[in-house]
Structures are given as structure tokens and as C-alpha cells.
Write a protein that binds this ligand. Structure first.
Ligand code: ATP
Length: 267
């Protein structure tokens, strides 16, 4: 599956939010969307999973303009796990929530097929949540709910996975497990990640947004330069590939933060 975002321009409340944004993700690629708070990451994701129609520009999934597809057809191709997804429908158990991922594949009658059952079982297994299949989702911890929501997305058997801060509620081990799982699925993925170390670990390519514009795009080390860390994120740091192949960022002491604390009379 190939995702192409071409010259996207979005305005919200008459304010330009995204300016001529372009990006590409090839089959099986994991592309990380990074940028400071308010830079437009979630807005861009919304255009990709067809919840927000851009004022200009096109989002193509496998060459097809997503706004030229029916909502159901678009939903068969793209699954999203979103930041505010903590609001789960109450009274549903884990299996029922995961099975909601099959909805775009149902006809008018909506009866579950053998493929539906297999997809739900496989997603529960992959996400390691078979043992909580009968639990009410509202009784789960934040991290457990994240897994359920990823399982719902995988049960959909999408060609494109869109993730907004999936690892928010997860402990360190769960983060690594989930990232490994996403890589193992081989599904083309566009993921917003605030943790730059995690972004460097998970992603093949990064796209950096700043004030609604793409300011850098490409392989991890070409994007995470000291200049970008300073100018876009306002921090001093360097990214290096270590002997184990993993890119890690070393942050220097942050003079600005210390200055502010001292001005505020703290420390
Ligand atoms: N409905 C709206 N009307 C006006 N402005 C909006 C609206 N929704 C979002 N914005 C603004 O658009 C900008 C981009 O928001 P967005 O949520 O896409 O940023 P983000 O990079 O995902 O931020 P964060 O990292 O904080 O989640 C922000 O300045 C936000 O205040």
C-alpha cells in the first residue's frame, strides 16, 4: 500500500493550519510524524483517515483520492488509533470492541463471518489481550485500553494504519512490544510520536512539521539534526546511531529552561 499526501492545505476557524504539506509512505514503510505541540500533526492525520476534508490538495491511498471513495470503502483501507480514544463505548467487552473493527467489511445484514472471527482472534492474540477478552473495556487500565484499540484497528485488516500517540499510556516494556508488533505486521503506517527516541527506533522515515509546514523529511538521522532539534523543538541535542544500530538522542542541559526557572525564583 502506498500513501501519498499532495499539497494539502487546511484552514480551521478561518485560520490556516496546514500549508502545502506533502508526504509519502511506500508499501510497509513506517513514517513518523514529529513536531512540537500545535504544529498540525493531528490535523494532518485527520485528513489522511478522511475525517477532515482539506481545502486544497489530495490524499491518495494506493493512487485513489480518499474523498473519491465511499466512507465504507475508505474505512476498509485505513484504520486509525487516536489520542482521545479513551472514551470507549461502555458496556462492551474487549472482544466486542475489537470486533467493531470488522464493521467496514460487513454488508447490510452485518452477520459475522468465519473471516471476522479469525481476524478478531488473531488481533487479540497479536496484542496479547486474549486473557482479558470478556472484560468490560471501561474496567481496563489506560495501557490495556490502548492495546484493545490497536487490536480493533488490526482486526480491520487495513492496508494503512494511522496512529496518534499510541504509546501515551504504556509502560516502557509495553511501548517496545507494541512498536515491535507494528513493525511485524508489515502494514504501511503513519504515526504521530512525541517521544523522538521512540520515533527514531520505530520509523524508517520521519516528517517534521513546524507551524503547519513540513520543515524536514527523510531518513531518521537526516531529519534529527542538531539544527532541527534547536529550531523546531527548542532543545539542544544530537542524534547518533549507536553500535547496536539504534538511533539515540543525547540532550544537553537546556539553558533556556534553567533561565526560566531562575527567573521564576525556582532553584
Ligand atoms: N477547530 C479548530 N479551530 C481553530 N484552530 C484549531 C482547531 N483545531 C485545531 N486548531 C489549531 O490547529 C493547530 C494544530 O493543531 P493540531 O492538534 O493538529 O496540532 P498537533 O501538532 O497535533 O498538537 P499536539 O502535539 O499538541 O497534539 C493548533 O494551533 C490548534 O490550536
Amino acid at each position: 500500500m502506498k500513501l501519498t499526501v499532495e499539497e494539502i492545505h487546511v484552514e480551521l476557524g478561518r485560520k490556516p493550519i496546514l500549508h502545502d504539506v506533502n508526504l509519502e509512505a511506500g508499501p510497509g514503510d513506517i513514517v513518523g510524524l514529529i513536531g512540537p505541540n500545535g504544529s498540525g500533526k493531528s490535523t494532518l492525520l485527520r485528513t489522511v483517515y478522511r475525517s477532515l476534508r482539506p481545502h486544497r490538495g489530495v490524499v491518495r491511498v494506493d493512487g485513489d483520492d480518499v474523498w473519491g471513495l465511499s466512507a465504507r470503502n475508505a474505512a476498509r483501507r485505513t484504520a486509525a488509533v487516536l489520542q482521545d480514544a479513551g472514551s470507549n463505548p461502555s458496556g462492551l467487552c474487549v472482544t466486542e470492541v475489537v470486533a467493531l473493527g470488522r464493521t467496514p467489511h460487513h454488508g447490510l445484514v452485518g452477520r459475522d463471518s468465519a473471516e471476522d472471527h479469525e481476524a478478531v482472534d488473531q488481533a487479540l492474540d497479536l496484542c496479547g489481550i486474549q486473557h482479558m477478552a470478556g472484560r468490560d473495556v471501561t474496567s481496563l487500565s489506560g495501557g490495556e485500553r490502548q492495546r484493545v484499540l490497536l487490536a480493533r484497528a488490526l482486526a480491520q485488516r487495513p492496508r494503512l494504519l494511522v496512529l496518534d500517540e499510541l504509546t501515551n499510556h504504556l509502560d516502557v516494556r509495553a511501548r517496545f512490544e507494541l512498536l515491535d508488533l507494528i513493525r511485524a505486521t508489515g502494514i504501511t503506517t503513519l504515526a504521530v510520536l512525541h517521544d523522538l527516541d521512540l520515533a527514531a527506533r520505530l520509523c524508517d522515515h520521519l516528517v517534521a512539521l513546524h507551524s503547519g509546514r513540513v520543515v524536514a523529511a527523510g531518513p531518521v538521522l537526516e531529519v534529527l539534526t542538531p539544527g532541527l532539534l534547536r529550531e523546531v523543538f527548542g532543545v539542544a541535542g544530537t542524534a547518533d546511531r549507536h553500535a547496536d544500530g539504534i538511533v539515540r538522542i543525547t540532550y544537553a542541559a537546556q539553558p533556556l529552561a534553567l533561565e526560566r526557572l531562575s527567573e521564576a525564583g525556582v532553584g
